[in-house]
Design a protein around this ligand. Structure first.
Ligand code: 13P
Length: 255
């Protein structure tokens, strides 16, 4: 068991929620509740809330991330935001390859890899999302799917750069459905991801990699999930929009 070698990270993914006033209020409510966290606390917010979040979290232990970035540094890509733009603002994290991007916006493993490259080049920390669809789980190919997503996304990433990568295992059938993977299912897939990373980078890198679980994680199930040997925190959707719930998950993952 090498849990002590890596940090637990609880990251909120606000998705397309909260206007500026609501963001300010949520962060103000959350700040005192997570100030003694024994794990890293991150909030990934809509682009329109980044400035607000950076301002409101200054001097606190809450880190700020974006929910996506483009693969080019600049150019004719109407409506997109680049990794250097995020880095220049002071944003620290970016989520790449969320299943909602894959499902609704044509994200592929190849574009995930390009965005990963851009984010790392800009100095950002990446939360890479992988996960299987329900029919893939039912067909018994979960590990193959997640391994492939992981390998393609990490193509060209060096061992040094891997230190700025977190992987979030998010079974698509568990996202926003209230249907959580069991602690055993989460741990099994996370362990499989760690094995793939060990094959690619060696044991030391694999032992040091933070691998989260995401998908209907909440205040009630966070403790059991994050206690698993290969689950190093979580990526939280719905429950990250309520300060007491997010804080309870942070407490559950603190060690
Ligand atoms: P829920 O926690 O709402 O299921 O969302 C999980 C998720 O997609 C986090 O990225």
């Amino acid at each position: 068991m090498n849990k002590a070698l890596r940090k637990a990270v609880i990251a909120g993914n606000w998705k397309m929620n909260k206007n500026r006033a609501e963001a300010k209020a949520l962060i103000a409510e959350m700040t005192p509740l997570v100030k003694d966290a024994g794990c890293e606390a991150v909030i990934c917010v809509p682009y329109t809330n980044l400035e607000t979040a950076l301002e409101a979290t200054r001097g606190t232990n809450i880190h700020v991330g974006a929910e996506n970035c483009h693969w080019a540094a600049s150019g004719a890509f109407t409506g997109e935001i680049s990794a250097p733009m995020l880095a220049e603002m002071g944003v620290e994290y970016v989520i790449i390859g969320h299943s909602e991007r894959r499902q609704y916006f044509g994200e592929t493993d190849a574009t995930v890899n390009k965005r990963m490259r851009a984010a790392l080049d800009a100095g950002l920390r990446v939360i890479l999302c992988v996960g299987e669809l329900l029919d893939q789980r039912e067909s018994g190919i979960t590990q193959e799917i997640v391994s492939m997503q992981t390998k393609v996304a990490l193509g060209g990433v060096t061992e040094e750069e891997l230190k700025r990568v977190i992987i979030a295992y998010e079974p698509v059938w568990a996202i926003g459905t209230g249907k959580t993977a069991t602690a055993e299912q989460a741990n099994e897939v996370n362990h499989g991801i760690r094995t793939v990373v060990e094959e690619l980078y060696g044991k030391k890198a694999a032992d040091g990699l933070t691998i989260q679980y995401g998908g209907s994680m909440n205040a009630a199930n966070a403790e059991e999930l994050t206690a698993q040997p290969d689950v190093d925190g979580g990526l939280i959707g719905g429950a990250s929009l309520k300060a007491p719930d997010f804080a309870a998950i942070v407490r559950a993952a603190s060690r």
